[in-house]
Design a protein around this ligand. Structure first.
Ligand SMILES: [Zn+2]
Length: 51
């Protein structure tokens, strides 16, 4: 399973919207989460790495 780094929801990769940053693909449940991530990617990546 992949996880939306913004809201923490588990996603189906086929249904998720994706965004590529530094050659890494991130998946989001919706464009809203994607926009939030794009604004402050570092904040959300920190959160991801903590898991
Ligand atoms: Zn989300």
């Amino acid at each position: 399973m992949i996880t939306d780094p913004v809201c923490g929801i588990e996603l189906d990769q086929n249904l998720a919207t994706s965004y590529t940053l530094n050659e890494q693909i991130y998946y989001f449940c919706c464009d809203g989460c994607k926009k939030i991530f794009i604004k402050k990617p570092k904040k959300w990546l920190k959160k991801l790495n903590r898991k």
